[in-house]
Design a protein around this ligand. Structure first.
Ligand code: KIV
Length: 285
């Protein structure tokens, strides 16, 4: 399988082929995602909640993101990977945003980076990063790094005025040089309005069926993360139940002595070596 490029994604949009996009945070999961043939993997800062056990994405650092993105790159060498810029890695200045986007690219070999928000300052950061040749994905709508201002993880663009503001932000992000945009947590009609008016690929998560591609957080869609499940998630597997089955089975068998079975799970020693060992042990008794 050949890694897709921005050209392939533009062609997919033209041919109306949907782009499949899933989050990933570690080597093993990325390996399975690549085997399944996903088009893009997002190493999201949802890492903080899904993998590191934080209550929000705010504590995630550049070091966390680089370490996990590098692992995902090793697991999925032939998949297009997008690294999410964590909170406070791009907010302060264009210079810091460019520095951190460059670090991400150099140290974990991601193919693109993603920034949350549609404010004027975020649009300026997108332009500064795109100007040095890094592919940028914008992200608007329900943006977790703005959760405090939104009053929580709430759907956005639910009035005509709010929807028009999202469209204005999307157009500004495209004009700033973003290669893609992700729209999260908006009514389907808003996802459609944005997709129809932009020429860059528009990915959606909880933005209806019209967008050029669909993203889900892998731990939600395989039934692994169960702290809460957003309305837009569909479960395709029940990994949590399978893990529980494996762990409880192991607990039971270790405690009742049926694991390990020495006839199956143990290394063998030649009869002569076993006899010699017995003699040597007898001498030191
Ligand atoms: O961090 C992430 O996984 C994201 C998605 C929620 C879109 O940004």
């Amino acid at each position: 399988m050949m890694k897709k490029s921005i050209i392939n994604f533009r062609e997919m949009v033209e041919k109306k082929e949907k782009i499949v996009y899933i989050t990933g945070y570690d080597y093993l999961t990325a390996k399975y995602e690549e085997r399944a043939g996903v088009d893009m993997i997002l190493v999201g800062d949802s890492l903080g909640m899904v993998t590191l056990g934080h209550e929000t994405t705010y504590p995630v650092t550049m070091e966390d993101m680089i370490s996990h993105s590098s692992a995902v790159r090793r697991g999925a060498p032939n998949t297009f990977i997008i690294g999410d810029m964590p909170y406070m890695s791009y907010q302060i200045s264009d210079e810091e945003a460019v520095f951190n986007a460059g670090r991400f690219t150099k140290e974990s070999l991601v193919d693109a980076i993603k920034l949350e928000g549609g404010t004027d300052s975020v649009v300026a950061r997108i332009k500064a990063i795109a100007d040095i040749g890094i592919l940028v994905m914008g992200h608007i709508g329900l943006t977790p790094q703005f959760a405090a201002q939104m009053g929580g993880y709430k759907a956005q663009g639910k009035s005509a005025g709010a929807a028009m503001e999202l469209l204005r932000q999307a157009l500004a992000i495209e004009a700033a040089g973003a290669a893609f945009i992700l729209v999260e947590g908006v009514p389907a009609v808003v996802g459609k309005a944005i997709t129809e008016r932009l020429s860059i690929p528009v990915l959606g998560i909880g933005a209806g069926s019209f967008t050029d591609g669909q993203l889900l957080i892998y731990a939600d869609m395989v039934g692994y993360y169960d702290d809460f499940t957003p309305k837009f998630v569909k479960k395709y597997a029940n990994v949590g139940a399978e893990l529980l089955k494996g762990f409880t089975g192991f607990c039971e068998e270790v405690r009742n002595g049926s694991f390990p079975d020495d006839a199956v799970h143990t290394y063998v020693i030649a009869d002569k070596e076993a006899a010699d060992l017995e003699k040597l042990l007898a001498e030191i008794k």
